[in-house]
Design a protein around this ligand. Structure first.
Ligand SMILES: [Zn+2]
Length: 258
């Protein structure tokens, strides 16, 4: 069982050591901006490390958007991040499922996802797995409700898309955590990573507000059960810095019996 944390990008390996983490996830750029990643001085150290590396794409990436001025830069930014993440030996690039906005047709969002993968293939191919993450809210989200996720997967499965299950987003998005791994796998056939987070927001609240395990509205045993059932590595994206995340990682290891 590999457990890690979302950390500051300054020194991810030091952050991993401080938390007793087997894995780290971080941003390569400002998550709210359209800047392309720059080469990192610690690229070789990250590549050679025993710690598993995951990169999270910026939040503003929305390849599902019907708006050209969001969708086109999002595709390019996703590709730039994929290349930069592969340089670091990352196991996957996590990107939110995106949304089409109020009154828009979700079918266009799924088709835009297909086109994003086609664009990537034409542009030399993706150098690492893209892990699409379920979201808590968003106007007409592609990967909040699992019946929508099933339609998204019809569009992207053929391109080898991976899946990242966020427990906070699932709960706040209105998906029951009991038996969730089986329900996801029936759709995607795979779970590549778990984002093991508690939720400040209530069930189906649509609020993307992470909390430390046992502090929010989710029974931590359901998070542990999801990690075990999936067999996937887990990353906590929880508050409280080193102290808060170290406690979350310890709780997961303890309850999972390792
Ligand atoms: Zn997440």
């Amino acid at each position: 069982m590999r457990i890690g944390a979302h950390v500051d990008p300054t020194d991810p390996l030091e952050a991993a050591a401080a938390r007793g983490a087997d894995a780290v996830q971080f941003f390569l750029t400002d998550p709210q901006g359209y800047k392309s990643p720059k080469p990192r001085e610690d690229a070789a150290a990250l590549r050679e490390s025993e710690v598993d590396i995951y990169i999270h794409a910026p939040y503003i990436v929305n390849v599902a958007s019907p708006n050209n001025r969001i969708r086109i830069p999002s595709r390019k930014l996703l590709m730039a991040h994929a290349r930069a993440a592969a340089e670091l030996g990352a196991k996957g690039l996590i990107v939110h499922g995106g949304h089409v906005g109020k009154d828009a047709d979700l079918a266009a969002g799924f088709d835009n996802w297909r086109k994003a993968f086609e664009y990537a293939e034409k542009d030399g191919g993706l150098p690492l797995p893209i892990l699409i993450e379920n979201t808590a809210g968003g106007d007409n989200a592609c990967a909040r409700r699992f019946d929508d996720l099933a339609r998204l997967w019809e569009a992207v499965a053929g391109f080898g898309a991976g899946f990242c299950l966020d427990t906070c987003h699932a709960f706040a998005g209105g998906e029951d955590l009991v038996g969730i791994v089986d329900r996801v796998k029936a759709i995607t056939g795979r779970i590549d990573l778990i984002h093991a987070n508690d939720s400040k927001g209530g069930f189906d609240s649509g609020q993307d507000r992470h909390d430390n395990l046992g502090n929010g509205k989710i029974d931590p045993d359901l998070v542990v059960a999801a990690i075990r059932a999936s067999g996937a590595p887990a990353v906590v994206e929880t508050p409280g810095g080193t102290e808060g995340q170290t406690a979350d990682i310890a709780l997961l290891r303890e309850r999972a019996g390792r």
